[in-house]
Design a protein around this ligand. Structure first.
Ligand code: GRG
Length: 300
């Protein structure tokens, strides 16, 4: 019987341990002096905390093809490093200007703004270094496919492009569809990439890849809807933030567009879409099923 609580806890521990090993002066410094302050800031922004949902999705998708969790860990770690960089930069005064993240001071508060920018840059760059190293996968073609996927998820056509649209949308005037597109890029694209990277590790055929892509797109919508709902229903403490209320900050959210009740209905339907996309897979996809359900029920 699949046990979601055990899977997410085991994944979080594996990610924490592997990140701790990756983010060291021995691994990250060049020929010059060790970049101590930079590495400390990268560690602050990525260790201790975080649900590690994206590495979980990589491992759960890979599991369908019998790829063991340890063989999916480095790809998951690369996605998590990109995610952590995005949070560090998103918290900066020029963006969301948050003082707390995961219940601790944000990187620019614990260090300074310039160091926080560089810590994000460092995590982003090293993520691609990790994906392209044999430590991640023995086959160069698989490594290139993983890099391509993470570029699609995190770059201008994905997360970074979505963040830009979000900033542009703060002036108001986005339709519901435009908000959905912005969110699909800003948060959905990295979730989509995580699932597809697991499928790539497993050598998925085009049909399986397309079914998993449909799952990931629905799961990404569910994740963002839940986030928008929590933004108006949860206390900032529960979210580990100093301030909540993205809508109050002028952020375009679906709750702001359609209201809380309709957003909740939409969330249920979206989770069902995610589950339907997995219908051709057997019990090996139970992890992905549980994660989609978790997205609808999470409290932080
Ligand atoms: C600054 C390039 C750049 C991008 C920022 C993803 C993003 C784009 C900003 C994050 C802002 C935000 C809070 C978006 C809502 C969805 C989200 C990514 C929530 C945090 O993800 P979780 O719940 O966080 O997976 P943990 O802490 O568990 O890792």
């Amino acid at each position: 019987m699949y046990d979601f609580a055990a899977d997410i806890a085991d994944c979080a521990l594996a990610v924490e341990t592997a990140l701790d090993r990756q983010l060291t002066a021995e691994r990250l410094s060049g020929p010059g002096p060790a970049a101590g302050r930079l590495i400390a800031a990268m560690r602050h922004g990525s260790l201790a905390g975080g649900k590690r949902l994206r590495p979980l999705l990589v491992r759960q998708a890979a599991n369908i093809f019998n790829v063991p969790p340890h063989a999916a860990l480095m790809a998951g770690l690369a996605v998590e490093m990109v995610h952590c960089y995005s949070l560090i930069h998103d918290d900066l005064p020029a963006m969301d200007d948050d003082d707390l993240r995961r219940g601790r001071p944000t990187v620019h508060k614990a260090f300074d703004e310039a160091t926080a920018i560089l810590a994000g840059d460092g995590l982003l760059t090293q993520a691609f270094g990790l994906l392209s190293s044999p430590e991640c996968h023995p086959e160069p073609a698989t490594r290139i496919a993983l890099v391509t996927e993470l570029v699609a998820g995190s770059g201008t056509g994905g997360m970074v492009g979505g963040q830009m649209r979000d900033i542009e949308g703060e002036a108001g005037g986005f339709s519901g569809d435009e908000v959905a597109t912005m969110q699909a890029m800003k948060t959905g694209a990295l979730i989509r990439a995580s699932v597809r990277m697991g499928a790539i590790l497993g050598g998925a055929d085009p049909r399986a890849l397309s079914a998993l892509t449909a799952y990931a797109e629905a799961a990404g919508r569910a994740f963002q809807l839940a986030d928008d709902i929590l933004d108006v229903t949860a206390t900032p403490e529960a979210m580990g933030k100093a301030t909540g209320k993205d809508a109050a900050k002028g952020k375009q959210t679906l709750v702001a567009k359609v209201g809380l009740e309709e957003a909740r209905e939409h969330l249920k339907a979206t989770v069902n879409d995610a589950l339907s996309a997995l219908r051709t897979f057997g019990p090996k996809a139970d992890g992905l099923r549980a994660t989609a359900r978790y997205f609808a029920s999470r409290e932080n």
